[in-house]
Design a protein around this ligand. Structure first.
Ligand SMILES: [Zn+2]
Length: 454
């Protein structure tokens, strides 16, 4: 029997009547922190065994909204919520060209932890704009881009879920896109032939979907976070019969009942693991974590379906009653850690390949030709690495030294940030790009490296 087969998008009434007698379906009220009002109590008095289960997919958008979405429903892209941008959308952005008109990209750190007042990030923006206006080189389109960016940022925007902004503009082509991000970015304005999507790509990679299962002996909560936003939430409650204790019984009876309670708890954990697996099948996620007391986490880990096991990244220090905000913060930290681990493994693979004379290159001088020859399988770039260089508009080759193209001999154009160009070229080739944060090994290799296809 499906424990939580009823997926609600409209509230309690849709669930009523779907559970057998003895089940109690809690109200699906979303509190200010998105927490359900379904607690351990009160349950239906006198009903035994008292169990309750419901499953609700909901978009936690703060106190003002109580939207619930059907499984797989498209999330609304505006209205204060952070839109979840896909890798596909980034590739599309990366391929935008406006001929000879430059595109302006602005990344702005608006993280409330550092930028407490709006004046703080406005000052940062002013500094970037001054420098960018000097670099606009008389381009009227760029001047209009910069004005529009200034108007947008100073016009005020919802910062409740936004730590970074990515803005892309090309006024001459009527091109304008704002992407609010759940993670801080490195503030910069780039004026280039194409949208500078490297930082955006990095954030999206850092925030692969993660499923989180919180459990104790009678309650289980399953969440899916996407780009730092809660996109799915399930609850399972199977209260243990507490009033056994109050009835008179001998030691033997007590033991028998204790055994029965343990059985129920074990059954509950199997159900919890099943909920996690069902959510995986329905929603999909790349990472999975468990928050539970040690013995429970141990049991859950032991019972994981192989698909969950291969996504399992470890335990979160969260109790089953944690608030949505507590969970979100723990998830953000955990995902940063997962990402750093993945980056370290990739850099290690590059080092090993380089040592064995295998399929890897390091340093801009080596990486740029490999990229032009479509030999790159994975590109690794140190976060913040930026240097000027050259681009051939004849054959598309990038180079550190100008002005003759090393590939075709044509005269190349100077570009402000050839690293950014390399990242965009890689993305256009559908090559995966890793922006590595604080990886000293990659820095030593020249701050850029690639694993090669051949
Ligand atoms: Zn060329």
């Amino acid at each position: 029997m499906a424990l939580w087969g009823a997926r609600s998008c409209g509230g309690v009434s849709e669930l009523d009547g779907r559970f057998p007698a003895g089940w109690w379906v809690g109200p699906l009220a979303a509190g200010g922190d998105g927490r359900s009002a379904l607690g351990l109590e009160p349950l239906v008095p006198g009903a035994r065994p008292r169990r309750a289960a419901y499953h609700a997919a909901q978009r936690d958008r703060g106190p003002s909204t109580k939207n619930r979405l059907k499984s797989g429903a498209k999330l609304p892209g505006s209205g204060g919520a952070v839109a979840v941008i896909t890798e596909e959308a980034i590739r599309e952005l990366a391929t935008f060209r406006a001929g000879d008109v430059p595109v302006t990209t602005c990344y702005l750190d608006v993280d409330g932890r550092r930028m407490v007042r709006h004046q703080d990030y406005e000052h940062e923006l002013d500094r970037l704009l001054r420098s960018a206006r000097n670099r606009a080189n008389g381009s009227e389109s760029v001047q209009r881009d910069l004005q529009r960016i200034e108007d947008y940022v100073k016009g005020g925007f919802d910062r409740s879920h936004t730590k970074g902004l990515a803005i892309f503009s090309c006024s001459a082509r009527d091109f304008w896109k704002v992407v609010p991000l759940p993670a801080p970015v490195r503030s910069q304005i780039i004026i280039n032939a194409a949208p500078a999507v490297a930082q955006l790509e990095s954030v999206v990679q850092d925030f692969e979907r993660i499923g989180v299962l919180l459990a104790d002996r009678q309650r289980a909560r399953m969440f899916v976070f996407e780009l730092g936003e809660l996109t799915d939430h399930s609850e399972l409650l199977e209260a243990l019969p507490r009033d056994y204790d109050h009835r008179g019984h001998g030691d033997q009876g007590y033991e028998r009942e204790q055994h029965h309670i343990d059985e129920l708890a074990a059954q509950h954990l199997r159900h919890a693991a099943q909920v996690a697996f069902d959510v995986l099948k329905e929603r999909g996620f790349e990472h999975f974590a468990i928050g539970a007391p040690d013995p429970i986490a141990h049991t859950l880990e032991h019972d994981l379906h192989p698909y969950l096991r291969e996504r399992y990244r470890g335990r979160l220090h969260l109790c089953v009653n944690a608030s949505i905000d507590e969970i979100r913060h723990a998830v953000l930290d955990f995902q940063a850690e997962i990402e750093r681990r993945k980056e370290a493994e990739l850099v290690e693979r590059v080092r090993e390949a380089l040592g064995a004379g295998g399929k890897a290159v390091a340093g801009l001088e080596q990486v740029l030709p490999a990229l032009h020859q479509h030999r790159v399988d994975r590109l690794l770039v140190s976060a913040g690495f930026s240097t000027s260089g050259w681009r051939c508009f004849g054959c598309g080759a990038l180079a550190t030294v100008g002005r003759a193209c090393p590939a075709c001999g044509a005269e190349m154009s100077h570009v402000e940030d050839v690293v950014e160009e390399a990242v965009e070229e890689a993305l256009a080739q559908r090559v995966k790009v890793e922006i590595c944060v604080d990886n000293a090994d990659l820095d030593v290799l020249g701050r850029i490296a690639a694993l090669l296809r051949y």
